[in-house]
Design a protein around this ligand. Structure first.
Ligand code: 5AD
Ligand code: SF4
Length: 435
């Protein structure tokens, strides 16, 4: 019997891509997708557990769906919680939410069709060796595509729940990655992002990350290549060399520093000092003076004094990242940081977050302003939010809005920047599209 499913995703790019894999698994077993939760036979939520706020949001949605279906003509849909919150809490969620039918962790998605067709309310949350090679993901973001190169994380940063919910690090075989890349390039995908919790420690037994990156770049010459996330302790000179020498690898890097204080970095178990971090930034800028940089920062980690926090401010000022993702520390149960003394009050965490945001907003605006009247190449991604607008991305991952244009998604176009509004820019095409 054919069933329809509705899928809703929360969290990072890894989750977005996991939801494409889940769709691939379901559609290969004759499920079909619907945009309308009203009529769906199955509702799947792909959850994120990295901060408490993300978890509260998805669990709020689970309990809201519980009440909602009672008014529905087609009766109760099967409700499935996937992703990191599923892995974190397992069975206990079935007790807590009476309308939830299945709880399925990130390594168990291949079981979904069987579990959905079975009648048992249950959880599937074991860690497994295999990956999702062989599954054809249902890609939703043409001309942008994600390719997982590794899953899991062995770093155990003391604040982070990821190693507990995504398990140990394992790399996919480079041959499987390269054939996926070849198919995407053939399919006209203009941007391919390699995904992993810590891509720099990719190793499949034969191929290291820089080597993989070089091969990917030559396999997909007419696509832009990006990769996330990099860890400062593992970002080596070789990778920087490959980035600088391969034309189609974006001169863009997301390199989280988390804190500007060495005392806090040590407590976070990050494995580098600020000096070492700044050396990496220097190495990147020496090799690629125009590289666009973004980062992640956590404010109010346990024991963070005003002096420690000031060092984070100083580092943001010194590097002047083009963009930064700023978070206040969120305690995740089971992580090492839970047992640290001297928590920073919620009020103070929020105040520090606000200070970081004010500073970064100013830097982002200043850096965007520098692009005014410059000509940049963008990849047209599709319609923007407003009518008669199209959106695109620069190599540095900045969004550019075009007005009254009609390019095919996947075209590369040169645009002159006419207006900048933080991370979003407006531009006018100059010259004809390049494909
Ligand atoms: N509290 C706040 N931020 C966190 N991150 C990860 N765990 C936590 C936490 N417990 C942030 C880090 C990481 C990004 C993905 O999320 O900055 O780089
Ligand atoms: Fe979490 Fe650290 Fe692994 Fe990133 S590297 S996923 S922050 S443990």
């Amino acid at each position: 019997m054919s069933m329809t499913y509705y899928i809703n995703v929360y969290g990072c790019q890894m989750n977005v891509h996991d939801s494409e894999i889940i769709s691939g698994i379901l559609e290969s077993e004759s499920f079909s997708s619907t945009e309308d939760p009203e009529s769906a036979d199955v509702i799947l939520l792909v959850s994120c557990a990295v901060r408490e706020h993300a978890e509260t949001r998805v669990l709020g949605r689970v309990s809201q769906l519980g009440g909602w279906w009672r008014g529905r003509k087609s009766g109760k849909p099967l409700m499935v919680l996937c992703g990191c919150v599923a892995q974190e809490h397992g069975d206990s969620l079935l007790e807590r939410f009476r309308d939830l039918d299945l709880v399925v962790g990130p390594d168990c998605y291949r079981d979904l069709p069987r579990l959905i067709r079975g009648s048992a309310r249950m959880s599937a949350v074991d860690f497994r060796e295999g990956d999702y090679t062989g599954i054809e993901p249902v890609r939703t973001e043409f001309p942008r595509a994600y390719v997982t190169i590794m899953r899991g994380c062995d770093n155990f940063c003391s604040y982070c729940i990821v190693p507990y919910v995504r398990g140990r690090e394992h790399s996919r075989k480079s041959d499987a990655i390269l054939s996926e890349i070849a198919a995407l390039s053939e399919g006209g995908y203009g941007e391919i992002t390699l995904l992993g919790q810590n891509v720099n420690s990719y190793h499949d037994g034969e191929t290291s990350f820089p080597l993989l990156l070089r091969r990917v770049a030559s396999e997909a010459r007419s696509s832009w290549i990006r990769f996330v996330t990099s860890h400062p302790k593992d970002l080596g000179q070789e990778t920087v060399k490959v980035m600088a020498s391969e034309q189609n690898i974006c001169r863009y890097l997301h390199l989280p520093f988390q804190s500007g204080s060495d005392v806090i970095l040590k407590k976070m178990n990050r494995g580098y000092t600020t000096r070492e971090y700044l050396e990496r930034i220097g190495m990147l800028r020496d090799a690629m003076p125009d590289i666009v940089l973004s980062t992640d920062v956590i404010a109010g980690f346990p024991g963070e004094s005003e002096e420690d926090f000031q060092k984070t401010i100083d580092l943001l000022e010194e590097v002047r990242f083009d963009n930064a993702f700023l978070f206040k520390y969120s305690e995740r149960s089971g992580t090492a940081a839970c047992s640290l003394e001297d928590p920073v009050s919620e009020e103070e965490r929020l105040a520090r977050l606000n200070r970081l945001q004010d500073l970064q907003r100013r830097i982002t605006v200043e850096k965007s302003g520098e692009l005014l009247r410059r000509t940049l190449r963008i990849l047209v991604t599709g319609p923007a939010k407003k009518p008669r607008q199209q959106a695109g991305r620069t190599e540095g991952n900045r969004m550019v809005i075009l007005e009254d244009t009609d390019f095919n998604p996947g075209s590369f176009v040169n645009v002159r920047i006419t207006r900048a509004d933080g991370w979003t820019h407006f531009g006018e095409p100059c010259g004809s599209p390049e494909r």
